[in-house]
Design a protein around this ligand. Sequence first.
Ligand SMILES: NC(=O)c1ccc[n+]([C@@H]2O[C@H](COP(=O)([O-])OP(=O)(O)OC[C@H]3O[C@@H](n4cnc5c(N)ncnc54)[C@H](OP(=O)(O)O)[C@@H]3O)[C@@H](O)[C@H]2O)c1
Length: 266
Amino acid sequence: MDLKLLGKIAVVTGASAGIGLACSKALYEEGVSVVMVARDRDRLQEAADAIRSAQPAAAAARLVPVAGDMTRPETVRQAVDAAIEHFGRIDILINNAGNARFGPFFELSDEAFQESWQLKLLGYMRMVKEAVPHMIRQRDGRIVNIVGNSGRTPNPGYLPGSTSNAALLNFTKGISSELAASNIRINAISPGATATERAVRFARQQADEQGTGVEAQQAAMSAAIPLKRLVDPAEIASMALLLVSDRLPSVTGTEIIIDGGQTPGV
Ligand SMILES: NC(=O)c1ccc[n+]([C@@H]2O[C@H](COP(=O)([O-])OP(=O)(O)OC[C@H]3O[C@@H](n4cnc5c(N)ncnc54)[C@H](OP(=O)(O)O)[C@@H]3O)[C@@H](O)[C@H]2O)c1
């Protein structure tokens, strides 16, 4: 299927690992130029080098790493500025950087919630604010917010993340009709448990709390999913490609759930 993404320009946040890395790689392989954002400069550079190594050397300039913390408004500006300076436009935004703490509500401080809201909720909203004026000028834009099924099905041990995700579903739907007037589409993908470093961190924490091993926790996570497998980050990337392509020009303000059937709400 030709997704007609060749020559497009994208910004991906949280791009050095997990879902953001999978999205960056998938976009790059489709001929998209990608600004990749994450905090750890060395790991980001390694991620970019690994993606480049599988493609002809002439394509190397199509990846631009930007090291920065997405809780900071200046990183938001740097990410969008990098797309404009290097490539002159921004067609695609993949909002993905998130890192909320796990833990029982009564043991979590206000800071645990503020951190999550600052990075994921405000981080995504600020990126939309910064990128959209360019998309309005182009009369074209495609935004994917990586949210999470805890937005609809809150997890009592993950309320900092769940509350951010619920608010982001509201935001994605709430802003979609306004953006549609400028031919900008915005959609959410909600992954269930996905095989990333984050899932390993969660399994480790559960293992520590319950006195079991990480592998036992991961097996229990898979067993709780009707399809009996954690989601592969590449599956999220495939759906993101489709949503930002010209194949689905009528899809906006919606949430696509990729969770192995774990949250079959109506
Ligand atoms: N994995 C799951 O099971 C799952 C399920 C539902 C939803 N999600 C959502 O999917 C998104 C990605 O999750 P993941 O599992 O791929 O995470 P991950 O494996 O932990 O990777 C997170 C990426 O974000 C970057 N990052 C973290 N904090 C950042 C910050 N303050 N500023 C800039 N970049 C930052 C990390 O690099 P640095 O640390 O170097 O900054 C890394 O590149 C998150 O929004 C998460 O809530 C994940």
